[in-house]
Structure formats: structure tokens, C-alpha cells
Design a protein around this ligand. Structure first.
Ligand code: 0X9
Ligand code: CA
Ligand code: CA
Ligand code: CA
Ligand code: ZN
Length: 313
């Protein structure tokens, strides 16, 4: 469980219960399923929110993923907040209603439930980042676009940025990737926008991460400009700092590079609150921050939902 005083955060069991409740209370627009199982066998929950939710309609699809990194618990709360906002406010808030009616919104609140549970075992924070396969794979180095290419990950199992034995060697990344691959319908990827939430540093990041070139392979100058301008607009909305992800540091095998490189999905990483902090403190903001720091991203989330409906550059 979470340490005393931080009970506002949701354990895996509590996440599961919240999602079941949302699906029960808003069954007209909410469907709960899973994309597969974690290494230790936990369901990787998938929430779909849309009108006529049981149907695959011709609406732009948008994906939000959270908690690839175990200790980044505020991100799980971000995905739960998205689920709650787009269900509870449906039919009340006109902006929410319009997006639920005109998009198919997918949310995966915890990509790394094994790591998240391990991180709070015994009611003390463990500072854990990776999944729980062997010594742990860094899920955000295990994606299959130019996996291990560029010195942005480690081949040593004990490393915090261990990339795994092969691209998608982690069941968690494989399950999410298979889901995204499955959204290619009639030769067209249906998902047009994606945000992967991390913490911390208050940044909006766009691909590529594996090269410092502003226009990487498989990207036109117009597309690079679109990634930048949408990223900058979202950062203006939440007060984060916008930059290309490799300007922070080079990674290979991160989720955004695969989403863009493989599927041309407009894909961003948000590094949430706080901007900085000593030691591991930044990963564990007090639960009083959950509400302000998740609501802080509402306008940025809406920008992504809007852009997901625009013609591709
Ligand atoms: O290193 C990561 O996976 C992300 N940062 S975190 O502190 N949450 O671990 C950032 C990934 C974004 N990609 C690049 N910076 N290239
Ligand atoms: Ca508290
Ligand atoms: Ca629909
Ligand atoms: Ca569809
Ligand atoms: Zn992270």
C-alpha cells in the first residue's frame, strides 16, 4: 500500500475498482477490457470512451498511456483523471461531450502494474523504475523502432535503462504495441494522437529521441514542424517546457519513437510535476497534488484531442 498520508494514490486493486465503477456508471460511453497481461499476470487495463462505445466508428482514435515507469505514480492518477473527466462530465460539459461524441478515446492507466505494486510494497517507497521481469527491463527502452540503436539504453540487466533481450521482450510493451498494431484498419492506423505520461520535470517532449536531428528519417520537415507546434501549444496550456525529446537526452527504444516511426502517430511524452527536486522526492509528490496537477493538463489533453481530428501533415 501507499505510505501513510499518501492514501489518495490508487493501488492496482483500487485502479481496477475505479475503472469497473466508471464502466458500470457510464456503460453507454465506457468499455473496460485489457490489452493483455503483465509479466506477473496482472491485467493491463484498457478503457475505451466514446459514444456507441461497442461499435468501431469512423472517428479519430486517441491513446493515453501512463505508468510505464513504476515509481511515477502521479501518471496513473493522470490517466484515471482522464477517464473520470470524460465519463462523469459527459452530457454536462460541452467540450467533453463533443470529444466523446467525435473521438474514440483509449486509456491504459498502468502499463507497468507489477513495478508499481513492487514500488509500494510494505508501505514504503522503493524507488523502482523498471518492470519485474528478471532484474527488470526499462519498458521505455524496449520499443521496437531502432531498438538499442544509438547509445540511449543499456545492455546490462542491472541498469536502470536496461533495454531487454530484444525489442518487445517485455510482455507489457508487446501487449500495448499489439493493441496499437490492431488499430490498423483497412491499411490505415486509426490512432492519430498519443500522450505517454511520465514524471517528473514539467516537460512536453516530441520525437525523435534516438537522434538529435530535428527532422529524422520517416519524417518530413512539415511533420517535424507539426510535432513541434502542437507540443509548444500544449506546453503553453500547462506551463511545461517544450522540447524535442533528444534535446533532454538521447534514448533509443522509447514509446514515442515507435508510435511515430512505425505508425506516424502524433506522439508526445509529458513529464509531470514537479519541475525539480532533490533525490527521489520528485517521484513522490504528496497526494494533495493529485487534483491540481492532473487538472493542470486538461487543456493540453483537449488540444491533442482536437489535433487528432486534423488532416495529417
Ligand atoms: O527516460 C525516460 O524514459 C523518460 N524520462 S523519465 O525521467 N520519466 O524516465 C523520457 C523519455 C523521453 N525520451 C527522450 N528523452 N529521448
Ligand atoms: Ca496527504
Ligand atoms: Ca463513437
Ligand atoms: Ca474507429
Ligand atoms: Zn518515466
Amino acid at each position: 500500500d501507499f505510505p501513510a498520508g499518501d492514501e489518495g494514490y490508487h493501488t492496482y486493486a483500487e485502479v481496477t475498482a475505479e475503472l469497473r465503477q466508471a464502466a458500470q456508471d457510464h456503460g453507454d460511453v465506457t468499455a473496460l477490457s485489457s490489452v493483455g497481461e503483465s509479466f506477473e499476470g496482472r491485467a493491463l487495463h484498457l478503457v475505451k470512451i466514446s459514444d456507441h462505445v461497442e461499435r468501431d466508428e469512423a472517428e479519430p482514435e486517441v491513446l493515453f498511456t501512463c505508468n510505464q515507469h513504476a515509481r511515477e505514480h502521479l501518471t496513473t492518477e493522470m490517466c484515471l483523471h482522464i477517464v473520470q473527466r470524460f465519463t462523469d462530465s459527459y452530457g454536462h460539459d460541452p467540450v467533453v461531450t463533443q470529444f466523446v461524441d467525435s473521438r474514440e478515446i483509449y486509456v491504459i492507466p498502468t502499463v507497468n502494474p507489477d513495478g508499481a505494486e513492487y514500488d509500494i510494497a510494505g508501505g514504503r517507497y522503493q524507488g523502482w523504475r523498471k518492470n519485474r521481469q528478471g532484474e527488470g527491463t526499462d519498458l521505455n527502452r524496449n520499443w521496437g523502432h531502432r531498438w538499442g540503436c544509438c547509445g540511449g539504453s543499456s545492455g546490462h540487466e542491472g541498469s536502470e535503462t536496461y533495454r531487454g533481450t530484444a525489442a518487445f521482450s517485455a510482455p507489457e510493451t508487446k501487449a500495448v504495441a499489439d493493441f496499437v498494431d490492431s488499430r490498423v484498419v483497412g491499411g490505415t492506423q486509426q490512432i492519430t494522437g498519443h500522450i505517454d505520461f511520465h514524471s517528473y520535470s514539467e516537460l512536453v517532449l516530441w520525437p525523435y529521441g534516438h537522434t538529435t536531428d530535428d527532422v529524422g528519417e520517416g519524417m518530413t520537415p512539415d511533420q517535424a514542424q507539426r510535432l513541434r507546434s502542437v507540443g509548444e501549444e500544449m506546453a503553453a496550456a500547462n506551463g511545461y517546457t517544450p522540447q524535442q525529446s533528444s534535446d533532454l537526452y538521447v534514448t533509443d527504444g522509447d514509446i514515442n519513437d515507435w508510435m511515430w516511426g512505425r505508425h506516424r502517430i502524433l506522439s508526445f511524452t509529458f513529464e509531470m510535476y514537479p519541475a525539480d527536486g532533490p533525490g527521489l522526492d520528485g517521484f513522490y509528490p504528496p497526494d494533495e497534488q493529485i487534483r491540481p496537477q492532473t487538472e493542470r493538463n486538461d487543456a493540453a489533453v483537449d488540444i491533442l484531442l482536437r489535433e487528432a481530428g486534423a488532416d495529417r501533415a
